[in-house]
Design a protein around this ligand. Structure first.
Ligand SMILES: [Zn+2]
Length: 115
């Protein structure tokens, strides 16, 4: 059986038939390698949003996970310095980081819960 070489949009991760060259949503050239397969150390992490409290950050993370977008959360220096979980600190800022390729998509998904 012949393997179908799907192509992928490096911006929104959409999957396309091999004969399609451009992502109509993002207007970028498709690539043969799925962006999510890029080794972790090649990923450029960028900030996609800030939240007042860990709960909202985790809420956003859950949305991203449901959309196959990798992410990590980083709390502000204060809670980190004192080793206090941000969940107990109202007003603590939690930052959400995603791969640069997924930033736009991530921002759209979490738009409703960012500050
Ligand atoms: Zn796209």
């Amino acid at each position: 059986m012949e393997k179908t070489d799907y192509r992928y949009c490096p911006k929104c991760n959409a999957e396309y038939e091999p004969h399609i060259a451009f992502c109509s949503d993002c207007n970028v050239t498709l690539v043969n390698e799925k962006p999510i397969d890029v080794p972790l150390d090649q990923i450029e992490w960028v900030e996609a949003g800030q939240f007042s409290g860990k709960v909202y950050g985790e809420m956003a993370g859950e949305i991203l996970a449901n959309n196959d977008i990798p992410y990590f959360l980083k709390s502000d220096f204060f809670s980190a310095a004192f080793n206090i979980s941000p969940v107990n600190m109202p007003g603590a800022v939690v930052k959400l980081f995603v791969p640069e390729n997924d930033k736009e998509h991530a921002e759209q998904l979490i738009m409703d819960i960012t500050d």
